[in-house]
Design a protein around this ligand. Structure first.
Ligand code: 13P
Length: 247
C-alpha cells in the first residue's frame, strides 16, 4: 500500500456530543492516538463542538472535520456553515453527501458535487459518501447506484487526494455490516472507476464498524479505512477500531 493510502479512521459523531462532553471524548482519542503512528485519525463532531474538539486535538495526530458544509463561502444563508468557516475553526476535513443528508435532507448527486467543489476550493479534504439502500441492493442495483453517485463528482477530484466512503444505507446504525467480500466487491469497483486517482484516493467503509469486525473489513485489499458512527462515541471502541487499522 502506498503512503497516500495510509489507513484513515474517521469518527462521525452525528448529532451527539455537541457541547462540553466533546472535550473529554476528544482528549481520550488523542491519548489513544499516541500509540498509533501508522493510522490517520479524524473526528467529526457537530458544528457547535468543533472549536472545543480542535483545541483538544491541537498539536496531536488527531485531525478535525465537519459533518457537512454549504457550498457558498458567505451570504444570506441562515443556518448554514461554509468551508472557510470550517477552516477557521481548525477543520482539515469535511464529510459530504452522507446518506442521512441524502435521505433526510434531500441532498442530490448534483448538490453533493457542488459541495465537493466548495470543500476543495476551501482547502478542505472531502470524505464523499456513497452507498445503496436495501431496496436497491435487493434489486441487484448496488454497483449501478454507487457508480452513478461516484461519477456525479469524479471529474471535480482531478489533481486532489480525497476520501470516498462506501456506506451501504442498510448497514448504518443497524448492527448489520457488509461482509468483507461484499465490501471489497464495491470498493474494488469504485477503485476501477477512479482512473488516475485510483492510487491517491482512500476508500473507507462505513456501516456498523465495531472493534470486533474492523480487522476483517480493514484487511480487504481496497478498504483503506473506516467511517465510524456509533462506535466513535466511545473512545475505547473507536480506539479498538483504530488499533485494528494499525495492524
Ligand atoms: P454506524 O457506524 O453507527 O453504523 O454509522 C455509520 C455512519 O453512518 C458513519 O458515517
Amino acid at each position: 500500500m502506498n503512503s497516500i493510502r495510509r489507513p484513515l479512521i474517521a469518527g462521525n459523531w452525528k448529532l451527539f456530543h455537541g457541547g462540553l462532553s466533546a472535550t473529554p471524548l476528544a482528549q481520550a482519542v488523542v491519548a489513544i492516538s499516541r500509540e498509533l503512528d501508522a493510522v490517520d485519525l479524524v473526528l467529526c463532531p457537530p458544528f457547535t463542538a468543533l472549536p472545543l474538539v480542535a483545541i483538544a486535538c491541537h498539536n496531536s495526530r488527531v485531525q478535525v472535520g465537519g459533518q457537512n458544509l454549504y457550498p457558498k463561502d458567505q451570504g444570506a444563508f441562515t443556518g448554514e456553515v461554509s468551508a472557510p468557516m470550517l477552516r477557521d475553526v481548525g477543520c482539515k476535513w469535511v464529510i459530504v453527501g452522507h446518506s442521512e443528508r441524502r435521505q433526510l435532507f434531500g441532498e442530490t448527486d448534483v448538490g453533493v458535487r457542488e459541495k465537493t467543489v466548495a470543500a476543495l476550493a476551501g482547502g478542505l479534504i472531502p470524505i464523499v459518501c456513497v452507498g445503496e439502500t436495501l431496496a436497491e441492493r435487493e434489486a441487484g442495483k448496488t454497483l449501478q447506484v454507487v457508480e452513478r453517485q461516484v461519477r456525479a463528482f469524479l471529474d471535480v477530484l482531478a489533481g486532489h487526494s480525497v476520501a470516498i466512503a462506501y456506506e451501504p444505507v442498510w448497514a448504518i446504525g443497524t448492527g448489520k455490516n457488509a461482509g468483507p467480500a461484499e465490501a471489497e466487491e464495491v470498493h474494488a469497483a469504485i477503485r476501477s472507476w477512479l482512473g488516475d486517482l485510483a492510487d491517491r484516493t482512500r476508500i473507507l467503509y462505513g456501516g456498523s464498524v465495531k472493534p470486533d469486525n474492523a480487522a476483517a473489513l480493514l484487511g480487504c485489499a481496497n478498504v483503506d479505512g473506516a467511517l465510524v458512527g456509533g462506535a466513535s462515541l466511545d473512545a475505547a471502541s473507536f480506539g479498538g477500531i483504530a488499533r485494528a487499522a494499525q495492524g
